[in-house]
Design a protein around this ligand. Structure first.
Ligand SMILES: Nc1nc2c(ncn2[C@@H]2O[C@H](COP(=O)(O)OP(=O)(O)O)[C@@H](O)[C@H]2O)c(=O)[nH]1
Ligand SMILES: [Mg+2]
Length: 278
């Protein structure tokens, strides 16, 4: 069913960034749910082997289709953010799990004063039919860590439906242009599914006004998830620890917010100092 809703003309311009990896069969549903009045749709493809790009082009000739520079969902989002021109950026999955009909509620939260509207499946009114038991518990555990370390009260952590003012992009310190490392890993820090946690931590550390918006996550329509609960969960855990460590180091040396790029942080992780290696 097509979404008949239309964003008011007086609202800020909205860019919707959609990472896709073999989502040709899901895109018709996802596009149909988009409200009218969207400033731009940016599909960031991970070199899909199905006809995702052709389907996107046919259904939405106005959509901008971008090829990601490295691999992973995080890199795809960074590439989409880098070319977005709207005042507001929406992060939207392409598997049919996120309901684009919720976009107005997220934008309204920004208009009401939030810097960052963070979707939550566990806030009253939210829910999910996509979460497995392992994912639920992993998410809960990681969220508890973040809440403890940053004194936050988030009810959800690893959820991809988020909306924010584009002017806050510098706070995220994402790097979309560095080529893949030559060591075969293909991914830099933040390139994978840890992206949502990285973003949540960085907006928190920057003291942006983060408001949770209840969201209902549906089951993926076609295909299977690209996420591996255990290994991707470990990557998120490592992200939480590293971000904390990087912040501690930055605070000790400058008493200011860290300006280290994610590439530098990744490099320091890959090459421990001789003291650490001992
Ligand atoms: N461009 C790109 N998109 C990806 C990649 N991995 C996942 N995605 C997209 O990110 C969204 C969420 O991925 P999904 O596999 O459903 O993970 P889950 O929602 O955590 O189960 C979907 O739209 C995927 O197509 C990737 O490596 N590159
Ligand atoms: Mg999914």
């Amino acid at each position: 069913m097509t979404n008949q809703a239309h964003l008011p003309a007086s609202w800020p311009s909205v860019s919707v960034v959609i990472p896709t990896l073999n989502e040709a069969r899901n895109l018709p549903h996802v596009f149909a749910q988009l409200p009218g009045g969207i400033h731009e749709v940016i599909v960031v493809d991970g070199h899909s082997v199905d006809d995702t790009c052709a389907v996107a082009r046919r259904l939405r000739p106005d959509a901008q289709i971008v090829m990601q520079t490295r691999s992973g969902k995080g890199n795809a989002l960074a590439c989409g953010f880098a070319v977005a021109t709207g005042q507001v950026i929406v992060m939207l999955d392409a598997d049919g799990s996120a309901d684009a009909g919720e976009i107005p509620a997220f934008v309204q939260a920004l208009l009401d004063g939030a810097d960052f509207a963070k979707g939550s499946r566990f806030a009253p009114g939210g829910g999910s039919t996509d979460l497995t038991r392992l994912r639920t518990w992993g998410n809960r555990l990681l969220m508890a860590m973040v809440n403890r370390v940053y004194s936050t009260g988030y009810t959800d952590l690893c959820y991809g439906f988020n909306v924010f003012w584009r002017r806050h992009l510098p706070v995220l310190r994402l790097d979309s242009s560095t080529p893949s490392p030559q060591d075969g890993t293909k991914r830099l820090w933040g390139d994978g599914f840890e992206i949502e946690t990285l973003i949540a931590i960085r907006v928190t550390v920057a003291r942006l006004a983060v408001v949770e918006v209840p969201s209902f996550e549906h089951s993926r329509i076609h295909g299977v998830s690209n996420l591996t609960a255990f290994s991707d969960g470990l990557r998120v855990l490592r992200m939480i620890i590293t971000e904390r460590r990087a912040r501690n180091v930055a605070m000790k040396s400058t008493h200011e917010f860290s300006t280290t790029s994610i590439v530098e942080e990744f490099a320091s992780l890959q090459a421990p100092t001789s003291r650490e290696a001992e």
